[in-house]
Design a binder for this molecule. Structure first.
Ligand code: SAM
Length: 396
């Protein structure tokens, strides 16, 4: 299937099913789709397996099946690769890098003209260094944090790799690129990967490969499509609609999971307390707070939060009973989020294909797919684009 067709199908589906994925169950105490007894039925289910069965066989079975069908993405063609010893590269990162490089080798190995690799938002540029070593190409690593640049450069020198590090903010002072550059960006968050595509197009570089992540960190209120195809098939969503794409618990440690659960229960308990006490049945968005607050009691948490949020809560009731209500709400919210989760991948893919179409419209040949299984990283999509006029020497 072409990216354009995929985008059209996803748009039709997401537009039609907005009521299920747009309103956040955390914010809204009752969702529109809960009418006709759906909410009550859901609350009678006691395990996530029961909810899963209900999703597959109950009134939402058709939507569930369509969402799952639309979420299927083929693996990106790759050349199996086992890197040699890579000290100081953590296990999961190493596997991501290995698989990212395995997808790039079939595209870049046949390129006969000289080119430079540019690792965009490189960190220590483990990816850039290992790919440059594998292909015997020069490397420019671009990174904001000087400490990471220093460490990365040292590692390259140790391995005798021809490398430069440009310590810069790609958003305000993007690096000078050349037409013979090939950009690589592994997990460049939100606007960083958009800036990568913009820079690539501005300089008409040889090509680029990126795996986008954190679409919710774009510093914009409403997401605007980047491609013409996206504009024609626009699904209006905001940055906060996208937060749930990144709420994937399976990669968090047990300790982090428990802490995040308490965070959510207490926020929900606080919300019920403030709604009851203020008489306004309305969610107020909650600012970030110091993690240490989660180590104290719920009552302390509520008073601290009220102060932070500018509430005068002198006459308010004792918050303590709202902790149990917060727990109750948490269970309800979790069930509704399991429904919402079926739209996670379709939404992510909409954003991804918007970027793919943008590059195609700009005259790049694009190959896309999953570069690793989602247990290695849930942000496992790769887009590899090569300039049309040089694509004969590459193979996407
Ligand atoms: C998620 S890490 C990815 C690092 C590396 N690509 C990897 O996969 O290991 C994002 C990196 O982007 C860098 N970064 C964030 N904002 C940046 C900016 N405005 N300009 C350049 N680098 C930035 C961060 O310092 C961080 O090292």
């Amino acid at each position: 299937m072409t990216a354009k067709l995929a985008l059209q199908k996803l748009s039709a589906f997401l537009n039609r099913t907005q009521a299920y994925w747009k309103p956040s169950p955390f914010v809204h105490r009752r969702l529109l789709w809960e009418a006709q007894g759906l909410g009550e039925t859901l609350d009678r289910l006691s395990s996530s397996q029961e909810i899963e069965n209900w999703l597959q066989t109950g009134p939402l079975a058709e939507i569930t099946a369509e969402a799952r069908q639309l979420s299927i993405v083929p693996s990106c063609p790759s050349k199996p690769l086992k890197l040699g010893p890579t000290p100081r590269v953590p296990g999961r990162k190493r596997e991501q890098i290995e698989r990212f490089i395995a997808c790039l080798l079939p595209v870049l190995s046949p390129v006969s003209t000289p080119f430079r690799l540019v690792d965009w938002c490189a960190g220590k540029s483990h990816l850039g260094r290992l790919l440059a070593e594998n292909l015997s190409k020069p490397l420019l690593a671009v990174e904001l944090q000087s400490k990471l640049c220093e460490q990365g450069l040292k590692e390259c020198q140790l391995r005798k790799i021809e490398a430069e590090f440009d310590c810069t903010d790609v958003l305000t002072s993007p690096p000078a690129l050349r037409p013979d550059d090939f950009l690589i960006a592994l997990h460049a968050c939100g606007e960083l990967h958009v800036a990568c595509i913009q820079a690539a197009l501005r300089h008409r570089v040889l090509g680029l490969a990126f795996s986008p992540c954190c679409y919710n960190r774009q510093n914009v209120i409403e997401q605007k499509p980047l491609s013409q195809a996206g504009l024609q098939n626009f699904v209006p969503f905001t940055e906060s609609d996208l937060d749930f794409i990144h709420r994937e618990p399976d990669v968090a440690s047990e300790h982090d999971r428990r802490l995040s659960e308490r965070d959510r229960i207490w926020r929900l308990g606080f919300d019920l307390w403030q709604r009851t006490a203020s008489g306004q049945d309305q969610y107020r968005s909650m600012p970030p707070f110091p993690h240490a607050w989660l180590q104290g009691s719920f009552t302390e948490f509520c008073f601290r939060f009220a102060e932070l949020d500018g509430f005068n809560c002198e006459d308010w009731p004792d918050p303590a009973p709202f902790e149990a209500q917060g727990e109750q709400r948490f269970l309800q919210v979790s069930r509704r989020e399991q429904i919402r989760a079926i739209f996670r991948k379709p939404l992510e893919l909409w954003l991804f294909f918007d970027r793919v179409c943008w590059l195609e419209e700009e005259g790049y040949r694009v190959q896309w797919g999953e570069f690793c299984p989602c247990n290695v990283t849930p942000r496992n999509l790769i887009c590899i684009a090569t300039r049309e006029d040089t694509a004969q020497t590459c193979s996407p």
